[in-house]
Design a protein around this ligand. Structure first.
Ligand code: DGJ
Length: 717
């Protein structure tokens, strides 16, 4: 099957696996949106009605663009809704009206966007349509890119604004995509939260006349609002109904703006947050927006998730680890915090090796004068009084034990109390003459400056070349302040991507894990370079029900770092069993983050079984289809399953929050299995029909205690 772009009598029809995206030109050369939904046959859609409403406020020809669904609406003419872009021209006004000026089709190609991560062809059949629009008087030309894949129901959009005037122009906003949807009752779904509560699921009805800006301007993509939203039919749920998803491949300040006009029609725009943004381009220069991935599903939210999971695993993340099983790790952070020496680390690694753990990760505190979180960031050389063998020597000792060695770094930061800051105080982001705000006693390095990026690339490359480091946890622990100019956050983000490109490109075998005070930069831009991201500093199993459940709506479980930590939990004090802590973490990139040397021999035996179990199912985590079964946002339970693509194997998790006396537990119906297969749960040795598991369901038998959980490992017999 080929991804298809059909151009037919002034209509453009993009056909994905089971979806159609249709645009049309009207007689005045405006590019109108016609449809993005279930696949349609190709017809002459130019005859179809492209305006929603006959009433007009404007003379003389009665054409009111406000009544028409558009692809990239301008400001200043007859559409009074929020525009997709705002450019101040040489005359000092922002009025423009884009008219069609041509198109090109690139078969087999995805666009390569200057300085930004973007989707790739992979082994898929793909086509890209580029439509040119321009306004000579405003001095701008806009090229809209639309990429369609044979195997997905996604359209990947971006825009390039080029200055075709002789003056400078100032871009005040430039969304990556705009879609106008005809009025029906729709819900908006987005992901709010904060530190240790990342990506909380929020769903509510859209109301006529409102504008919701699901936006973040805190520097990175943020703990509080994620650059992923959905617009769902009011009746749509996990497995049925029409849903559109919008996911931005970007790690800086973002906005997903949804407006519902006076007629109830819905406009969705996604891109760089216009707040604090401005970008001047000279004659002949262009500005490139990041890509917005727009997904269609007529089988509910789950359909959106599975499209994004596969797209991101196979056509975004360039790491060789993207669809490969990852090593089970142990991280020393919650075991020791800053209080460790070489022998303590070695004792953790030795115990870990006994259990089958494969990778030892040394977290914060190994470098410079970093004995607490107030100093040392920027000084990426080993603290010999803690680690006399150096990083190379320690890596060797860890390797001799039989484990891989990994390291934590936070290269975008500097503490004022560091050699780097003393040598280059001007390298931290600041406004001349003002004292920059500190957060966790640190400042952010100015990645808009080439020499600062070059320094980071060299320092980290030297570190990676100096020892056998096979894993890196790349942290970023504060919001951005003191930005010296408008548009600064985007300049910084481009610097971050340049560094990512250079380092992950030069060290393709290293497994990179993103992190930002937990999951504060959990986005598709980071995923392009790092196949896994630390999901949240909140590692309590029950808090993780929600965090992992809603994160999986937009991101693959193979991207979610999930660790078994100590009980009582360090973030919220909850006590849970070792069993439930592991059961919850299996649906992610599994590891331990506790002082394993303090575990009893019974606990060590349990850890051995857990590690062996994860090794048995981890191929499912990196390549299977993920189904959410019961929502912890709505019930006392949380359940999900991951099913192999050929449906022959599945991992099932069912967690309960509170135990209730004399009460029937909820029946769980599985999804994604084959009704024609019989399966054996190799944990309980029970045999079930696929139809039985999906249609009749199972009633799990929990232990009589709070926070109990049950898992199944189903294999086709
Ligand atoms: C924040 C991360 O989320 C933690 O896992 C840990 O690495 C600390 N930073 C170290 O400072």
């Amino acid at each position: 099957m080929a991804a298809i772009v059909v151009v037919n009598n002034n209509t453009f029809h993009l056909q994905g696996r089971e979806s159609s995206y249709i645009m049309a030109l009207n007689e005045s050369g405006d590019l109108l949106h016609v449809y993005f939904g279930k696949k349609l046959k190709d017809r002459d859609y130019s005859k179809m009605r492209t305006s929603w409403h006959a009433w007009t406020a404007f003379d003389p020809d009665g054409c009111t663009l406000e009544n028409a669904p558009q692809e990239y609406p301008s400001y200043g003419y007859t559409d009074l809704r929020p525009p997709a872009y705002l450019v101040k021209n040489g005359q000092g006004n922002c009025v423009s009206q884009l008219k069609y000026s041509g198109y090109e089709i690139y078969e087999g190609e995805t666009p390569k966007i200057q300085g930004l991560p973007c989707v790739t062809e992979g082994n898929k059949s793909v086509s890209t349509l580029a439509i040119k629009l321009s306004d000579g008087q405003a001095g701008i030309c806009v090229t809209l890119y639309y990429t369609v894949f044979d195997e997905y129901d996604v359209i990947v959009r971006s825009a390039v604004i080029t200055n075709i005037s002789n003056d400078n122009v100032e871009i005040k906003s430039a969304y990556s995509a705009n879609i106008d949807m005809a009025r029906t009752e729709k819900d908006i779904i987005y992901f709010s939260g904060g530190w240790a509560r990342e990506r909380e699921y929020v769903r509510r009805r859209l109301c006529q006349g409102e504008i919701c800006d699901i936006a973040n301007a805190r520097g990175g993509s943020g703990h509080c609002i994620n650059p992923f939203i959905m617009i769902a039919d009011k009746a749509a749920d996990e497995n049925s109904g029409e849903v559109h998803g919008f996911s931005l491949i970007y790690s800086g300040n973002h906005s997903s703006r949804v407006s519902c006009d006076q007629l109830g029609n819905i406009r969705v725009q996604q891109g760089i947050n216009p707040f604090g943004f401005s970008w001047k381009i000279g004659s002949g220069e262009s500005f490139y927006t990041p890509q917005s991935v727009i997904v269609y599903s007529d089988n509910g939210i789950g359909g959106i998730s599975r499209e994004l999971h596969d797209l991101y695993r196979y056509n975004l993340c360039r790491s060789k680890w993207s669809d490969k099983p990852r090593p089970v790790l142990i991280n020393n952070w919650e075991a020791t915090y800053f209080d460790f020496d070489e022998e303590k680390l070695i004792s953790i690694a030795q115990k870990a090796k006994e259990t089958g753990i494969e990778l030892f990760v040394l977290d914060d505190g190994w470098f410079g004068n970093r004995n607490d979180d107030r100093r040392g960031l920027g000084d990426w050389y080993v603290n010999k009084s803690k680690l006399p063998s150096g990083i190379d020597g320690l890596a060797e000792r860890i390797n001799d034990i039989g484990l891989k060695f990994g390291l934590w770094i936070e290269p975008e930061m500097v503490n004022p109390d560091s050699d780097l800051y003393r040598a280059h105080p001007d390298w931290a982001i600041h406004v001349p003459g003002r004292e920059p705000a500190q957060s966790r006693s640190q400042l952010i390095l100015d990645l808009s400056r080439k020499e600062v990026c070059d320094y980071i690339i060299k320092a980290i490359s030297d570190l990676l070349s100096s020892a056998n480091i096979e894993y890196i946890k790349w942290d970023m622990n504060r919001p951005m302040t003191d930005m010296p100019c408008e548009g600064y956050n985007h300049k910084y983000t481009l610097g971050f991507y340049r560094i990512m490109e250079a380092i992950t490109g030069a060290f393709p075998n290293v497994l990179f894990e993103g992190c930002s005070g937990g999951g504060g930069r959990f986005d598709a831009g980071v995923l392009a370079y790092m196949p896994q991201i630390w999901t949240s500093d909140n590692s309590d199993a029950v808090a993780r029900y929600k965090i992992q459940y809603s994160t999986s709506m937009g991101y693959p479980v193979s991207s979610m770092g999930a660790h078994v930590t100590a009980s009582p939990n360090h973030q919220n004090g909850r006590q849970t069993s070792l069993e439930t802590r592991a059961n919850t973490a299996y649906a992610g990139i599994f590891g331990y983050e506790l002082d394993i040397t303090k575990m009893s021999s019974d606990e060590i035996d349990e850890v051995k079984k857990q590690v062996a179990f994860y090794k048995d199912i981890r191929h499912l985590i990196v390549s299977g289809d993920f189904y959410r079964l019961i929502s912890p946002y709505e019930t006392n339970y949380c359940s999900w399953c991951v099913v192999s693509k050929d449906k022959s194997e599945a991992f099932v998790f069912i967690g309960r929050v509170l135990s209730i006396a004399d009460y029937e537990d909820q029946v769980i119906k599985l999804y994604g299995l084959s009704e024609d297969f019989d399966y054996k749960d190799v944990i309980s040795d029970k045999i079930y029909g696929g139809d039985e598991l999906m249609y009749m369901g199972i009633r799990p038998s929990f232990k009589t205690q709070d926070f109990a959980s049950v898992i199944m490992h189903l294999k086709k017999i």
